[in-house]
Design a protein around this ligand. Structure first.
Ligand SMILES: [Ca+2]
Ligand SMILES: [Ca+2]
Length: 325
């Protein structure tokens, strides 16, 4: 169970999954070049002595250090390296101590984390609504076993508490239970958007690589329908629906093929999207906004964000009735 305690921060970093960049800033006589850089959390910045008397690279504003970082560039070839913390955001000003009065300063602007939505994948023919609530789908003598750590975050990288997660997949021999609830079940993430699925690694359904079907929903009416895959399965390459972005990340695997893995779903779950007039309440005025835009693509009445205003938008407003969280 030691793998379960993934911190939220680690989850968000995984979700953002941006490739870290390296930025170089030169220290000239009385200036940094460039003096403004845009970075992402986890990026590396290298300041390099270029010319002039010895410089420092000191975080702070108005020539007053704030202690976040301090480096010294005495001679040609000297560098100072700082990695942008994962929790950093906004502007981080800095200066050169001896030359700050001459205007030698700079600013690092940290971009907000970006969570790109998990791609959808085909639902397939075997989904059955109304599955039993359970997060353990195993049956006696199952194997190889899968423990999947699931995280659900929204497009702002914020956890989606109590997200609904519906799972269905083939048994270890590749057969679907089309009459009962074998290897089918839904469960809810906890208040931090995390959950644990215990099941068996599915076998090969004819024509497909091994895969797990999933639907995920947060507080909005949007439902993500997709599939999960496993890395290094030769059949992946021949599967029309396979995509590497939908591979689980393997944490541990033993010689019998029992696996611990994780996956972060990033879902489009705008808070209170049915508050069409952004009044802070979902009420009759939002119904009127739907009616005003009825049978059109006008986004001012599109509570479901599906590009069209129809009766589903009225239902979405009713479903979200009341004050916005
Ligand atoms: Ca409203
Ligand atoms: Ca709509």
């Amino acid at each position: 169970m030691r793998y379960i305690c993934t911190s939220i921060v680690a989850t968000l970093v995984l979700a953002a999954s941006a490739v870290a960049d390296t930025h170089t800033v030169f220290a000239n006589d009385t200036s940094f070049a460039p003096d403004a850089i845009d970075v992402a959390p986890g990026d590396t910045i290298i300041w390099q002595y270029n010319s002039g008397y010895p410089h420092t690279v000191t975080s702070g504003v108005a020539c007053t250090a704030d202690g976040l970082f301090h480096g010294e560039l005495q001679n040609g070839g000297d560098t100072f390296t700082w990695e942008v913390p994962l929790g950093a955001s906004g502007d981080i000003p800095y200066f050169c101590e001896p030359h700050c009065p001459m205007g030698m300063d700079g600013v690092i602007t940290v971009a907000d984390p970006v969570c790109e939505l998990t791609m959808t994948d085909v639902e397939g023919p075997y989904w059955i609504p109304g599955s039993p609530e359970r997060s353990n789908l195993r049956e006696p003598d199952d194997g190889p076993l899968l423990v999947l750590n699931i995280s659900v975050v929204d497009q702002d990288c914020a956890p989606v508490p109590e997200a609904w997660i519906d799972i269905w997949h083939a048994d270890a021999d590749g057969n679907y239970d089309k009459n009962g609830w074998g290897y089918r079940g839904h469960h809810f993430a906890d208040i931090t958007g995390n959950s644990l699925l215990e099941t068996v690694i599915p076998g090969f359904y004819p024509g497909r690589t091994t895969h797990i079907h999933v639907k995920v929903q947060g507080v909005s009416l949007n439902v993500l329908t997709t599939q999960l895959y496993f890395p290094d399965v030769p059949q992946n390459d021949d599967d029309f629906f396979y995509h590497p972005d939908l591979e689980v990340t393997v944490i541990d695997e033993d010689t019998d093929g029992n696996m611990q893995a994780e996956f972060t779903f990033i879902i489009d779950d705008p808070a209170c999207q049915a508050d069409l007039d952004q009044s802070g309440d979902v009420n009759v005025n939002d119904i009127l906004a739907v009616i005003a835009a009825f049978n059109s693509p006008d986004p001012s009445g599109d509570a479901t964000l599906d590009g069209w205003v129809d009766v589903n938008d009225i239902l979405a407003v009713i479903n979200a009735w009341g004050p916005c969280p």
